[in-house]
Design a protein around this ligand. Structure first.
Ligand SMILES: C[S@@+](CC[C@H](N)C(=O)[O-])C[C@H]1O[C@@H](n2cnc3c(N)ncnc32)[C@H](O)[C@@H]1O
Length: 390
C-alpha cells in the first residue's frame, strides 16, 4: 500500500458530523472531499492515509477502496473477491475478518455472503502460496469491509484496525460515555476554540474534557495507539515514524487550561480523573464535584457543553422534568455571555428548559437520535413563555 498516486478513500463517522469531518480531512490535505450520509469520500496517497488515521478526531475509520463492481449473484461476489490479488496486500500469517454492510441488497443471507467473501480471500491465498490466513473475529490483523447496495459490490481494506474513537488511553467508562469522535465532532460544531473557557457541568467520564484538552495541546488523537496499516505488506515505516515525529513536535507543553468539568457523583468524578490521568492530562483540566444546579460560571464568557442524563424510565423522566427548568434558570442567571450546548435524545428538553433555542443540530449517538441544542445566553433575556397548564 505505498501509493504515490491518489487512492479512493472513505471515512465513516457518526451521522450528523459529515460536514465537520469533510472540513477536517480537507485541512489534512485530502483531495476530492465529498460528504455523504454516514461519512466522507476523499482521495489521497499513503502519507494522507497515515495522517488521517493519526490526526482525524472525527473519523471512525479510514477505508481504502479496492474495487467496486456490479453484481447479481453470490457467485459474482465470490468471483470478484477471488480475483483480487490479496497476497500482494498482506502476508498469509495475518489473521483476517470480513465485515459486511448492505442496503437494498436483493440476496438473502448476508451471513452467507460474508462467509463467501472470506472463502474467496482464503482460496486466493491457497492457490497462490499453498496456505490460508486464519480468521480472528475479536482482534484481526486485517479487516476487510464489504458494502453492497442493490447492484454494486464494493470492497475496502480497513487502514485503521481498531476504530479511531479508541484513542488508546481511556481508563474507565462512565454510565453512558460518548464515543470520543462524537465528542470531538460536537466540539467542532460548537465552534469552541482553545483559549476560550469550556465547561461540562455533567461531565461523567469526561469525554468532552479529554478531547478538548487534546485539541488545545495539539495532541494527535492517534499518538498512543497502533493502526491496521502497520500490518499490511507495503507498510512504510520511515514515512510513518516521520509523521509521528512531526505530530509530536507540534505538541504543546502541558499547562493548566481554561477547561472545567464538574459532576454530581464522587465515584463518577473519579472516572473522569482516571481518564484524564490515562491521557496524561490531569494537570490541564480543572475538575470538581458539584451539582449542576449550584454551579457558577468559571469565566465571563465561554462555551458550556454537556450531555445530561437521558431518562428512559418513567421515574427518571419525572426527575428530568423537574431538573430541566431549574437548569434553564441556572443558565439564564449565571451564564450570561456564554454559548451553551446540550446534547440530548430527549425531544421534550427544549420545552422544559424554557430558553430560546438558537440552533438544533440532528446527530446520532450510535443508534440513538439526538439533537445538539444551542442556547446563546445574553443578560436578562430570552425566556420562552411558560407552557400553558393543561
Ligand atoms: C450521560 S452522562 C454524561 C456522559 C459523559 N458525556 C461521558 O462521555 O462520559 C450524564 C452525567 O450527568 C451526571 N449528573 C446527573 N445529574 C447531575 C447534576 N444534577 N449535577 C451534575 N451532574 C449530574 C450523571 O452522574 C452522569 O455522569
Amino acid at each position: 500500500m505505498n501509493l504515490q498516486a491518489d487512492a479512493q478513500l472513505f471515512a465513516p463517522c457518526p451521522r450528523g458530523l459529515e460536514d465537520a469531518l469533510a472540513a477536517e480531512l480537507a485541512g489534512l490535505g485530502a483531495g476530492a472531499v465529498q460528504a455523504v450520509a454516514g461519512g466522507v469520500a476523499f482521495a489521497g496517497n499513503t502519507r494522507l492515509i497515515y495522517r488521517a488515521n493519526l490526526e482525524s478526531r472525527i473519523a471512525t475509520r479510514v477505508l481504502l477502496r479496492l474495487f467496486s463492481v456490479p453484481y447479481r449473484s453470490e457467485e459474482d461476489i465470490y468471483r470478484a473477491a477471488y480475483d483480487f490479488d490479496w497476497p500482494q496486500r498482506f502476508d498469509v500469517a495475518r489473521s483476517i475478518r470480513v465485515y459486511l454492510t448492505a442496503q437494498r441488497c436483493p440476496l438473502k443471507s448476508l451471513d452467507f455472503l460474508t462467509l463467501r467473501i472470506k472463502d474467496a480471500v482464503c482460496d486466493r491465498f491457497r492457490s497462490a502460496v499453498g496456505s490460508r490466513p486464519n480468521v480472528d473475529t475479536r482482534a484481526p490483523d486485517v479487516r476487510i469491509h464489504a458494502f453492497l447496495d442493490a447492484t454494486q459490490f464494493t470492497l475496502y481494506l480497513d487502514t485503521s484496525g481498531e476504530p479511531l474513537f479508541k484513542r488508546g488511553a481511556r481508563a474507565a467508562a462512565g454510565a453512558a460515555p460518548l464515543k470520543e469522535n462524537l465528542a470531538a465532532g460536537i466540539l467542532a460544531l460548537t465552534g469552541w476554540r482553545p483559549g476560550t473557557a469550556l465547561l461540562d457541568p455533567m461531565c461523567g467520564g469526561g469525554t468532552f474534557l479529554v478531547e478538548a484538552a487534546q485539541i488545545a495541546l495539539d495532541i494527535a488523537p492517534g499518538s498512543a495507539r497502533a493502526f491496521g496499516f502497520e500490518k499490511l505488506k507495503a507498510f512504510d515505516a520511515p514515512l510513518w515514524s516521520g509523521l509521528r515525529a512531526e505530530a509530536e513536535a507540534r505538541r504543546k507543553p502541558l499547562a493548566p487550561l481554561p477547561i472545567y468539568g464538574s459532576e454530581l457523583y464522587g465515584d463518577t468524578l473519579k472516572l473522569a480523573q482516571a481518564n484524564l490521568a490515562a491521557a496524561g492530562l490531569e494537570q490541564a483540566v480543572q475538575l470538581k464535584q458539584a451539582n449542576a444546579l449550584e454551579i457558577s460560571a468559571p469565566a465571563a464568557s465561554g462555551v458550556l457543553l454537556t450531555n445530561p442524563p437521558y431518562g428512559e424510565r418513567m421515574g427518571e423522566q419525572q426527575e428530568l422534568a423537574e431538573f430541566y427548568p431549574k437548569f434553564g434558570d441556572v443558565l439564564k442567571q449565571k451564564f450570561a455571555g456564554w454559548n451553551c450546548y446540550i446534547l440530548s435524545a430527549d425531544m421534550n428538553l427544549p420545552k422544559l428548559i424554557r430558553l430560546q433555542v438558537s440552533r438544533r443540530t440532528p446527530l446520532f449517538n450510535g443508534a440513538l437520535e439526538c439533537r445538539l441544542f444551542e442556547y446563546k445566553i445574553v443578560a436578562g433575556s430570552m425566556r420562552s413563555p411558560k407552557p400553558a397548564k393543561a
